[in-house]
Every structure is written in structure tokens, then in C-alpha cells.
Design a protein around this ligand. Sequence first.
Ligand code: AMP
Ligand code: ZN
Length: 110
Amino acid sequence: MDNCIFCKIANKEIPGNIVYENEDIIAFNDINPQAPVHILVIPKKHIESLNELADKNLAGELLDSVREICKKLNIKDYRTVINTGKEAGQEVFHIHLHILSGRPLKWPPG
Ligand code: AMP
Ligand code: ZN
């Protein structure tokens, strides 16, 4: 989609620090990391948020890719986050799953 920064990264129109890629999914380092490991996992297809993710196959692929990324990068303990909607902290309206790791993470997050 035009003007979507994550579509541009997926299409390689702007550089991303890509850590994983398959036909439907791409993962790259967050530009403003909140932990020593902070990866964003996105479908290449533009889908605004979890509320629009109606494709079960793609939803499964998103989680499968998390497992593969963590295995590949030897990430053992980690937190996954999907912010949905402005009030929940979503700033980029192309669905993305955060993987955070490399430091103790409090719960509840606040
Ligand atoms: P969210 O608040 O859940 O929408 O998360 C958006 C995330 O995207 C934030 O953690 C940003 O630091 C990150 N971000 C924004 N622009 C870029 C970019 N060009 N490359 C990598 N990460 C980005
Ligand atoms: Zn997009």
C-alpha cells in the first residue's frame, strides 16, 4: 500500500535490517529497540491490524515464523506483542508482531 512504511520495507523500497524472510513473511529489527533483541514480524501483504487478519493460514504462518526466527537466532525466552489500535499503542497500521528478548521483562507491562 502507498505510504505504508512496512510495505516499503517488505518491497525493499527502503532498507530494513532483515533477519528472516519467506514467501509471505518478513522480519526486521525495530529501529527503536526496547530490548537488546527487538524484531518486528510482518506479513508482506498489507493488513492494517489483527482486526483485519481474517486469513487463518497467514495467521498461522505469522506464528510459525516466530518459532523459526527464535530457533534461527537462538532466542530462548522472549515476549511477543501485537498492539491493536491507537489506545493500545499501535503506531504503524500494517500488522506487526514484536519479539522482545535479551533482558528481564516485567509483567504486567503497564
Ligand atoms: P507499534 O507501536 O506496535 O505500531 O510499533 C511500531 C514499531 O515500528 C515501533 O516499535 C517503531 O520503533 C517501529 N518502526 C517504525 N518505523 C520503523 C522502520 N522504518 N524500521 C524499523 N522499525 C520501525
Ligand atoms: Zn503496509
